[in-house]
Design a protein around this ligand. Structure first.
Ligand SMILES: Cc1cc2nc3c(=O)[nH]c(=O)nc-3n(C[C@H](O)[C@H](O)[C@H](O)COP(=O)(O)OP(=O)(O)OC[C@H]3O[C@@H](n4cnc5c(N)ncnc54)[C@H](O)[C@@H]3O)c2cc1C
Length: 364
């Protein structure tokens, strides 16, 4: 008998899960409160395909990033989603940072990242003449993707496989039945066998409304806003340029978009509730951060752009929190998947997350 699944949230992760289930013969309906797909965090990020350099070796985040990156390049090629493997330089600007860069290189090799190259000041200038660096790590597998194009490709695939995306449909609550779940969206009620909470920033709020899910398993969320400034003019860089990572983020980096535009960010601003205004007064702090590796920056050419909000989990031991993908094998409720803390590299990892969740729901 064909199984039916409701996936809450039509961000890139919810859509990737829906596509993975639909490919395995499940009848899927994606429930999305907005009037279009991918309009929340999926529309507010750097659009970078991460190689898998930074993550802790034992983190699910790291494994899904490396696997997701490989799947994403193949999917983009097959489905004609705009992307480019432009490569990335991580830049060390002091002796202390050089030591940290070497440690990062070792970690990345352990994570299975291909093609990495440690380069010196001279070689870094050959890659990017405007750059100032003591040393750098070149990652040829890093790239950029049109996130909106990826969302459309996933939507198309889901619909081709007979799935449905219901927009302007907010899930209020859900309860377990003898067969699966009863899902309430306003006056409408849906009966399904499988239920996935992929509500991004609202995942915790929704989890409290899923009666079958133990409240004690809901992790605490913390929000880290990331602001961006755009650069007016032709980019002097051809690669993604990243400083050494900072607490809560990867440092204010230079991201190129597929149209050749240059943007800087995201920084880390801890907030209590999502908001997307960019304070123009942050420009000086941006300029200071960028000048450590690009001394010739003309700050007058920086303009406030957009912001995104990272749905982070509060780390329990002071370290970086992992993705939390809570599946039946962990929590014991058949047919239920709950996703929390799907921050960066969630875009890169999306297709691997999709397969991981589909396996976790169906192989039980
Ligand atoms: C500043 C920033 C930079 C980033 N840069 C990168 C990067 O370069 N590379 C990378 O790999 N990742 C990056 N990420 C991470 C990436 O953007 C996210 O991991 C990814 O977009 C998360 O997708 P999602 O589907 O989980 O969430 P979302 O896109 O937020 O989707 C969740 C959806 O659920 C819907 N929803 C919520 N509640 C309900 C409800 N009750 N009923 C119905 N619908 C509901 C929302 O409307 C929303 O559409 C970045 C993130 C940020 C914030």
């Amino acid at each position: 008998m064909t199984r039916q699944a409701a996936i809450v949230g039509a961000g890139v992760v919810g859509l990737a899960i829906a596509a993975a289930l639909a490919r395995r013969g499940v009848e899927v309906i994606v429930l999305e409160k907005a009037d279009r797909p991918g309009s929340e965090t999926t529309a507010r990020n750097s659009g970078v395909i991460h190689a898998g350099i930074y993550g802790a070796p034992d983190h699910l985040k790291t494994r899904l990033c490396v696997e997701g990156r490989r799947k994403l390049y193949a999917y983009c090629t097959e489905r004609k989603v705009d992307h480019a493997k432009i490569g990335k330089l991580i830049v060390a600007t002091s002796e202390d940072e050089v030591a940290a860069l070497h440690a990062l290189h070792t970690r990345a090799l352990g994570n299975g990242v291909e093609g990495l190259q440690l380069i010196d000041t001279h070689q870094a200038r050959q890659f990017e003449p405007e750059l100032t660096a003591e040393a750098a790590l070149f990652s040829p597998e890093s790239g950029i993707v049109d996130a909106a194009g990826l969302v459309l490709a996933l939507q198309g695939e889901i619909e081709d496989l007979g799935g449905v995306i219901a927009f302007r449909t907010e899930v209020d609550h859900a309860e377990a039945t003898s067969q699966g779940f009863r899902v309430a969206c306003g006056d409408d009620v849906l009966e399904v066998d499988l239920l996935v909470n992929s509500a991004g920033l609202s995942a915790q709020k929704l989890a409290h409304q899923v009666a079958a899910y133990p409240e004690t398993r809901i992790p605490e969320q913390v929000l880290a806003k990331g602001n961006y400034f755009s650069w007016q003019g032709k980019s002097p860089f051809r690669h993604l340029i990243y400083p050494m990572p900072v607490r809560g983020g990867l440092g204010v980096h230079a991201t190129l978009d597929l149209g050749g535009g240059l943007r800087f960010g995201p920084d880390v601003e801890w907030i209590d509730a999502p908001n997307y205004q960019v304070d123009p007064n942050r420009r000086d702090a941006f300029a200071d951060a960028i000048r450590t590796w690009w001394p010739a920056l003309d700050a007058e050419r920086l303009s406030p752009d957009f912001a995104g909000v990272r749905p982070k989990l509060k780390p329990t031991d002071g370290s970086v929190a992992d993705f939390l993908i809570d599946l039946p094998a962990h929590h014991g409720v058949a047919g239920l998947a709950m996703l929390f803390g799907i921050e960066s590299p969630g875009l890169t990892s999306s297709l691997a997350i999709g397969d991981n969740v589909a396996r976790g729901l169906l192989d039980t």
